[in-house]
Design a protein around this ligand. Structure first.
Ligand SMILES: [Zn+2]
Ligand SMILES: [Zn+2]
Length: 710
């Protein structure tokens, strides 16, 4: 008592100094009133610690290496990395109190909330006492988080984990695998202030607790008659396992309130050999149920054994909820009938249905089965029903772990009358495209059990058929519509459907010209719009395929012989007659040939004068101009120039007129002149040339028009 007073006086002095200097925030001051002892040594400074020859020494680093722990004074957190913390000596803390314990957090004046992180692997805490969190003034809280494991083994005079508060005590395990075994006291000792709360929460991890006298987790108060509330909450598929001991509460008035956390999956709690599944649980590690152990799945709970995990049941699983996945082992699982409904039967036809259930060693029984049916020991219902009707069948599945019953409605229908034939109202049908007509079917006999038919078209591009037999014409052609009985008889009937085109509209043939394409004649259906070479619509074509290409010009002498179009690239040339000589007195004329087209002739000029039509003769081939002797006789002796002017150009020829010589020379000259005449020329027959020109028709007209225009 004296020591406690002294410590309080010292604390008050420090408080006064701190407040005067304004150095420390109030929370830091409160923390200053909390002491931490690890392995019997008081730890004050944040940092990493390593065990060197039995003493924890501060070393460099921020994260603890393998075998080390780190301490964060700001958050009051110990992080263990496969650390081995041992202490067999009693520890004297502030106020002169002495405790056993390998990890001790203590305060006389404040709440104490110690956090332990098992960062990886397995860390060990061993000694006369394990982890002890004590608040002489308020709450004592301990949280242990993973993802690593923590083993607390106490083989001397104390509990594995002791939370001793003047007010509430809180143990929180989150994501860690914690095992705490105490040879003399309790695995977990939750010792709250009288009337205060003792709570343990295990989320997404495991707490295995065992202790002397079979007490794994002990909830208690100094005065049992003044106990507060107690709770154990499991969530995130956590497991709390006290199978070698039990969960005990030091109160006659109440029980530990066990429940699933409100968010996510629940967990499994083994209170001694009785396990209970709370809410929905998916096994995170293999689970074995021993021969003398029982696991109960509540009505609203479920247990799922995922692939890769094993549930071995050598004891009893009482399944009042949902059990999913394989269950191994030689134990018993309460039957749970999983068959939802029974199939209908038919009078006179053999019936079989198999009932399914989870569980094993099941004995089946049933009441209310229709006449002719029996339930066999393997859960199958077999037999041949003798009468139609509806029965309520109650099935019971039973084994040493319990029994379940389920009611089914079982319909027995009258004996089947098969379809013997179908008849359609039409065997053939002709429809125009887009037209429709409904076929009707008669099912024989009239009392056939199943009068349903199915309809089918052999070519849905030609015609389709709906469920009520309405045929719709799609495109010209032929298709078969078939109705088939829906029962197993295979009876059917068919109708041949011919689909015709609508009005055929003709596009007449149009010839191509030199420059414009033409088209072959074709027919177009007024309904489907498709094109055909024939009015019957059997030979398809397209407007593109019917095109006749333009034939192109046939140019001769600078003009198209078909359409008269001019060839811009053509220039006429003088073919023959240049340099002709003519002697006066000669009877024959002179002939000149231009390569220009006959029809293209504009005029003929002699020495610049346009000759009148009567002064010369012109004929085709290409343009052949003959100056008759009569005209030549009137020219002066000497050189002259003849121009044949065509639409495409002008050709020039020179000619020479000589005076008559001696008779002999004149005859000689005349003979030479005759020799020079072109082979196709016949200048001595102007009448014939005119006749030829007349035969040329259009060419002559063109020639006449051009001359008239002059
Ligand atoms: Zn058509
Ligand atoms: Zn042409």
């Amino acid at each position: 008592m004296f020591k406690k007073l002294a410590a309080t006086a010292l604390g008050g002095c420090l408080l006064a100094v701190a407040l005067c200097l304004g150095l420390l925030p109030v929370t830091a001051l409160a923390a200053d009133g909390i002491e931490l002892y690890v392995g019997g040594q008081q730890i004050k400074e944040s940092g990493c610690y390593e065990n060197q020859n039995g003493t924890w020494k501060k070393v460099d680093g921020t994260e603890p290496a393998n075998g080390q722990f780190s301490y964060d004074a700001d958050t009051f957190t110990l992080t263990l990395n496969q650390a081995m913390i041992v202490n067999y000596q009693n520890v004297t803390v502030g106020g002169g109190f002495t405790y056993p314990g390998s990890v001790i957090a203590f305060s006389q004046s404040a709440d104490v909330s110690l956090k332990i992180v098992a960062s990886q692997g397995t860390s060990n805490i061993t000694g006369t006492g394990g982890i002890r969190v004590v608040s002489k003034a308020g709450d004592a809280s301990l949280s242990i988080s993973g993802p690593g494991s923590l083993e607390v083994n106490v083989d001397k005079n104390d509990s594995g984990i002791s939370l001793i508060g003047s007010k509430n005590v809180n143990l929180n395990i989150d994501g860690a695998d914690v095992k705490t075994l105490a040879a003399y006291y309790y695995g977990v000792d939750l010792h709250a202030g009288d009337g205060f709360k003792a709570a343990a929460v295990v989320n997404n991890g495991k707490l295995t607790a065992g202790g002397s006298g079979g007490i794994g987790i002990y909830y208690r108060w100094t005065n049992p008659s003044d106990s507060g509330t107690s709770s154990l909450t499991v969530s995130g598929n956590a497991v709390v396992d006290t199978r070698d001991s039990k969960i005990l509460i030091a109160s006659q008035a109440s029980e530990v309130q066990v429940s699933a956390g409100s968010d996510g999956n629940g967990g499994i709690v083994f209170d001694g050999k009785s396990g209970t599944v709370y809410s929905d649980v998916t096994l995170q590690e293999d689970l074995e149920i021993g021969t003398d152990e029982t696991l109960t799945i509540g009505k609203d709970a479920s247990l799922t054994v995922p692939d890769g995990k094993t549930l071995t049941n050598d004891g009893t699983i009482i399944n009042n909820g949902t059990l999913t996945g394989e269950v191994g082992g030689s134990g018993t699982v309460t039957p749970k009938i999983t068959t939802d409904s029974l199939p209908n039967g038919t009078v006179g036809e053999f019936y079989t249905a198999t009932l399914q259930a989870t569980g094993n060693n099941i004995t089946w029984s049933a009441s209310g089965l229709p006449d002719g049916l029996t339930l066999n020991s393997d859960g199958t219902i077999t037999g041949t029903p003798t009468a139609e009707g509806t029965s309520t069948v109650t099935v019971k599945a039973e084994n040493s772990a319990g029994s379940t019953s389920k009611d089914y409605t079982l319909n027995i229908k009258p004996a089947m009358v098969p379809v013997t034939g179908l008849e359609l109202n039409k065997n053939s049908l002709t429809l125009q495209e887009k037209g429709s007509n409904t076929l009707t079917v008669t099912v024989k006999p009239a009392d056939a059990t199943n009068k349903d038919v199915t309809w089918e078209s052999s070519d849905t591009d030609i015609a389709t058929v709906s469920e009520d037999g309405t045929v719709t014409a799609i495109s010209a052609g032929r298709a078969t519509i078939t109705a088939t009985a829906a029962d197993a008889s295979g009876a059917s009937a068919s109708c041949e459907v011919t689909v015709t085109h609508g009005n055929m509209v003709q596009t007449p043939k149009k010839d191509a010209t030199c420059t414009a394409y033409g088209t072959e004649g074709y027919w177009t259906c007024g309904i489907c719009g498709k094109h055909y070479k024939d009015e019957g619509g059997t030979v398809p074509t397209t407007p593109e395929d019917a095109v006749i290409p333009a034939i192109g010009h046939e140019f001769e002498g600078g003009l198209c012989s078909v359409c008269g179009a001019r060839d811009a690239s053509f220039s006429p040339a003088l073919v023959s007659g240049d340099g002709a000589k003519w002697t006066k007195g000669s009877s024959k004329g002179l002939t000149f040939v231009s390569s220009a087209a006959f029809a293209d002739l504009v005029e003929v000029r002699l020495d610049g004068r346009v000759l009148s039509a009567s002064e010369y003769v012109v004929r085709e081939g290409s343009t052949v101009v003959t100056l008759p002797a009569k005209l030549l006789e009137g020219l002066k002796a000497g050189d002259h120039e003849l121009l044949i002017v065509s639409g495409s150009g002008t050709v020039r020829a020179s000619l020479t007129v000589a005076e008559a010589a001696k008779v002999e020379e004149a005859a000689k000259a005349e003979k030479a002149s005759a020799d020079e005449l072109p082979a196709n020329g016949d200048s001595t027959a102007p009448a014939l040339a005119v006749a030829a020109a007349a035969a040329a028709g259009a060419g002559l007209v063109l020639l006449s028009r051009r001359r008239a225009a002059r």
